[in-house]
Design a protein around this ligand. Structure first.
Ligand SMILES: NC(=O)c1ccc[n+]([C@@H]2O[C@H](COP(=O)([O-])OP(=O)(O)OC[C@H]3O[C@@H](n4cnc5c(N)ncnc54)[C@H](O)[C@@H]3O)[C@@H](O)[C@H]2O)c1
Length: 300
């Protein structure tokens, strides 16, 4: 029986470990040819090595699949060019890009260094741009293709991850912009917010209510890359264990208006007409602080 992704050429960044590796293996098992892109860094982006990408290529080949390793840094334009170029050189096409590469440098905003900010934004947000930009130019001409970004629930806000959270929010906006800009060319863009047991999630200081394995995330990635999802674009999906949830599209929810320009005093007098949208995270933090004060291990 033909695989779900038979004949497609797909580049997966961060494919040397964790969720990226699971996605690369699942895509290959469905008949896709894979660019395994990873520079094999530590969790904070240190100590690059090419062996991790090579090892995943060997796994794919051992299962009878076809893959090429590219040990390039996704945060560099030249890296993005070489990753997408590897698919073009070998297979003459690029049908999907799955941008999974990522690092963590956690710090409270008031202690965060410029380097911690820059490295996380460069790896995650620019690391999506470099491969998406390169692939989009080809997919536009092909009039087909599927871009998949990796965001996080942290895009809605996070405590000690201003850099990561900002990058993940940027990825959602990048994906929505790609979906809007490429729609007329038949090219799609979606994002996954995963939760899975990897070295990255191992340090979360609280017990997550939901937890799954990297292999639980891969089937949704395969689906979004496939022709079965040809009408799905501009979406964000949480994937954890056996749960898949779709996020809403941001929209204004209430308005108040005045003739001409507002005076601050009038805004103060009528503010309740627009009011605030309660930030669920702040409520959860309150509950966690209370639980911690009473000696319980907090749940997120
Ligand atoms: N694990 C989770 O629960 C979770 C939750 C939310 C979001 N995410 C996101 O999912 C993605 C995958 O996370 P994971 O848990 O599998 O992480 P991981 O640390 O296991 O894997 C990340 C991979 O990216 C590679 N990488 C890092 N910087 C790179 C660069 N500049 N160029 C090329 N490769 C690079 C690393 O070498 C590593 O193999 C990340 O974007 C992460 O932010 C994960």
């Amino acid at each position: 029986m033909a695989g779900f992704l038979e004949g497609k050429a797909i580049a997966v960044t961060g494919a040397g470990g964790g969720i990226g590796r699971a996605c690369a293996l699942a895509c290959a098992a469905e008949g896709a040819r894979i660019v395994v892109a990873d520079i094999g860094v530590g969790l904070a982006g240190e100590d690059p090595k090419s062996e991790v990408a090579d090892a995943v290529v060997k796994e794919i080949e051992a299962d009878g699949g076809e893959a090429v390793a590219v040990a390039e840094d996704v945060s560099k334009m030249a890296g993005g060019e070489r990753i997408i170029g590897a698919a073009m050189d070998r297979w003459g096409r690029i049908d999907g890009v799955v941008a999974v590469a990522g690092i963590l440098r956690e710090r409270m905003l008031f202690n965060m260094s410029e380097d911690e900010w820059d490295a996380v934004i460069a790896t995650h947000l620019k690391g999506h741009f470099t491969v998406f930009r390169q692939a989009a130019a080809i997919m536009r001409k092909q009039e087909s293709g599927s871009l998949i970004g990796f965001t996080s629930g942290a895009y809605a806000g996070s405590v000690a991850q201003a850099n990561y959270s900002a990058a993940k929010g940027g990825i959602v906006s990048l994906v929505r912009s790609a979906a809007a800009g490429l729609y007329r060319y038949g090219v799609r863009a979606n994002a996954i917010a995963p939760v899975a047991r990897t070295r990255m999630s191992a340090n979360v200081p609280m017990e997550l209510a939901d937890m799954g394995e990297p292999e639980d995330v891969a089937p949704m990635v395969v689906y979004l890359l496939s022709d079965a999802a040809k009408d799905v674009t501009g979406q964000v999906y949480t994937v954890v264990g056996g749960r898949i949830s779709v996020w809403n599209q941001p929209a204004e929810v209430r308005t108040m208006s005045t003739e001409g320009r507002w005076k601050p005093q009038d805004i103060a007098a009528r503010f309740e007409e627009v009011g605030q949208e309660r930030m669920g995270l702040i409520d959860r933090l309150d509950a966690m602080r209370q639980a911690a004060a009473s000696g319980e291990k907090p749940n997120a």
